[in-house]
Design a protein. Structure first.
Length: 173
């Protein structure tokens, strides 16, 4: 009977320690943060829906994002697909984001030079735009509303726009 009490005490102690350790992980925000968000401007260039995650089981460090955007107006349309890597610096719920990526831009138009001046008479054209991110990110520790705002310079072979910006609103889980 004494052995059963010792085994039960050991199991109970193990469960309490494991629960305390798991609670400490959640409280200190060490779990991997994942975000879904919509972005105006930014690396998606126009208006995009995106997913962002960390590559390790931490809330900061290296991660990636991918998204898709589409806009159509009077027969002209643009599809954007931003992908990128980013690094979060910070603790708790406030982070500074540094990122680098590329955005595929596919445009179709009744007027072939509406979006691209060198489309060669075609009604559609594609290009890749390089993007960067220097943003503030407010990301809750557990889950909830997330916000990101900052500068997102864009570039390609034809030029560089250093003061392009973006704003995103989303949900962290």
């Amino acid at each position: 009977m004494k052995k059963i009490y010792i085994i039960l005490l050991a199991l109970t102690s193990f469960c309490i320690c494991d629960t305390a350790k798991a609670q400490q992980s959640v409280d200190s925000g060490t779990g991997r943060a994942q975000n879904v968000f919509v972005e105006i401007g930014g690396q998606g260039l126009l208006f995009t829906a995106n997913y962002d995650t960390r590559f390790s089981n931490k809330r900061n460090g290296i991660g990636g994002r991918a998204g898709i955007g589409y806009i159509s107006l009077d027969g002209d349309h643009v599809t954007t697909v931003p992908i990128g890597l980013n690094y979060l610096l910070g603790k708790g719920k406030s982070f500074f984001e540094i990122g680098l990526g590329a955005t595929l831009v596919n445009a179709g138009s009744r007027n072939s030079d509406f979006f691209f001046t060198d489309s060669g008479g075609s009604n559609s054209a594609s290009t890749v735009i390089g993007t960067m991110s220097f943003s503030y990110r407010l990301q809750p520790i557990d889950s909830g509303f997330a916000l990101r705002a900052g500068l997102t310079p864009i570039f390609n072979a034809d030029g560089f726009i250093p003061y392009y910006g973006g704003l995103s609103l989303g949900y962290t889980f």
